[in-house]
Design a protein around this ligand. Structure first.
Ligand SMILES: NC(=O)c1ccc[n+]([C@@H]2O[C@H](COP(=O)([O-])OP(=O)(O)OC[C@H]3O[C@@H](n4cnc5c(N)ncnc54)[C@H](OP(=O)(O)O)[C@@H]3O)[C@@H](O)[C@H]2O)c1
Ligand SMILES: *[C@@H]1O[C@H](CO)[C@@H](O)[C@H](O)[C@H]1NC(C)=O
Ligand SMILES: *[C@@H]1O[C@H](CO)[C@@H](O)[C@H](O)[C@H]1NC(C)=O
Length: 318
């Protein structure tokens, strides 16, 4: 009996040490307050978007929850207001799978909000499908929607500098590739319906996030706007909700032990958004609150430039 408790004790302690070192990750250390500042967080009704919005609200910001579903967003807003006592937390409708919705969001925002200090492009989807505009779902929502949104809001960000754009990408971008031929035939960064194809297309869309950040930083040189991309960690959220993949279902119970919770999962986003003195690292990719080197494919100037131009024409910006 004593041996059993000893073993159990050792297992628990070992797990806690393991969890603290390998799962939890670093915390955002900035104590910066955001009174008088306005921030947008896309996809903030759940997951790490919600914990990010909550942290920014606690720091006093006016927080715009840019979400596609009013009901879910209002529930998150009630929770954020209750937990932070900040009542400057508002919903604005945004469906990133619709260029029309992105344009109408930007129009409403620019008309009603005088400032924009932080744009956090956090929303993401792991699901095959087709957007309202006929684009592949993951390319359309994860990349194109945010590409258009950012471009429409850039002037306001510049007027309010120093300001930042934070793009939530993923470690998965390492497995991604950019195939412009496939894009022109399928309007998606990859095709095929198997679980592995879905994963690849997701990773390709996340590589777009990293390359978009790389090119955006160049275009923003000489302004007071900087931008960053990041991997938030492996987090227990709703991201896998549409997948019937056996692997993901298997992962679900394991995720309680090995995945971060959403508060831990928002730390690198917050670091990129708030940490003082990060400006010289504009365009870089972060994980665990640290700038990382990326593979050449994730900082390829020519591909990043071409992706920008193709994206512009896909959303009618030229
Ligand atoms: N979880 C992880 O382990 C992990 C790892 C690496 C990167 N990431 C990235 O982290 C970000 C946040 O994901 P999460 O894990 O917090 O997932 P989540 O819990 O599924 O949250 C995703 C958010 O994006 C929103 N969204 C999806 N499609 C949208 C659309 N068309 N228009 C507007 N909003 C839309 C969702 O809204 P609805 O609730 O209405 O669907 C939800 O608010 C994503 O960019 C994801 O790729 C996550
Ligand atoms: C994050 O960085 C800290 C400090 O450098 C390190 O101790 C920890 O193992 C890292 N955690 C993860 C999840 O990478
Ligand atoms: C950037 O901000 C500084 C300090 O607020 C300001 O003096 C400068 O004019 C700004 N630069 C641009 C290009 O807006």
């Amino acid at each position: 009996m004593a041996a059993f408790f000893l073993v159990a004790g050792v297992v628990v302690v070992a797990y806690l040490i393991f969890h603290n070192i390998f799962v939890k990750g670093k915390k955002c250390k900035s104590n910066v307050k955001l009174h008088g500042k306005t921030v947008i967080v896309t996809g903030s009704n759940t997951g790490i978007g919600k914990t990010t919005a909550l942290d920014l609200a606690r720091r006093g910001a006016r927080v715009i929850l840019a979400c596609r579903n009013r009901q879910k967003a209002e529930a998150a807003i009630a929770e954020i207001k209750r937990e932070t006592g900040n009542h400057q937390v508002v919903f604005m409708q945004l469906d990133l799978g619709s260029l029309k919705s992105v344009r109408s969001f930007a129009e409403t925002f620019l008309k009603s909000e005088p400032r924009l200090d932080l744009l956090i492009n956090n929303a993401g989807i792991f699901m095959q499908g087709i957007t309202e505009d006929g684009l592949g779902m993951m390319f359309g929502v994860n990349h194109i929607g945010h590409f258009l949104l950012t471009n429409l809001l850039l002037d306001r960000l510049q007027e309010c500098g120093p300001s930042r754009v934070v793009n939530v990408a993923s470690l998965g971008h390492n497995f991604g590739q950019i195939d412009f031929n496939c894009l022109s035939t399928h309007k998606e960064m990859g095709f095929g319906k198997s679980d592995i194809d879905t994963f690849k297309i997701y990773c390709n869309s996340k590589l777009c996030n990293v390359l978009f950040t790389h090119e955006l930083a160049k275009r923003l040189q000489g302004t007071n706007v900087t931008c960053y991309s990041l991997h938030p960690g492996t987090i227990k959220t709703e991201l896998g909700r549409y997948s019937k993949s056996f692997f993901l279902i298997l992962l679900n119970p394991i995720s309680w032990l090995f995945f971060k919770n959403p508060v831990a999962g928002s730390q690198t986003t917050l670091h990129c958004a708030l940490q003082e003195g990060l400006e010289p690292l504009s365009g870089r990719y972060f994980s665990n609150c640290t700038a990382r080197n990326v593979y050449p494919k994730a900082r390829d100037d020519a591909v990043a430039k071409k992706l920008w131009e193709v994206s512009e024409s896909l959303c009618g910006l030229t």
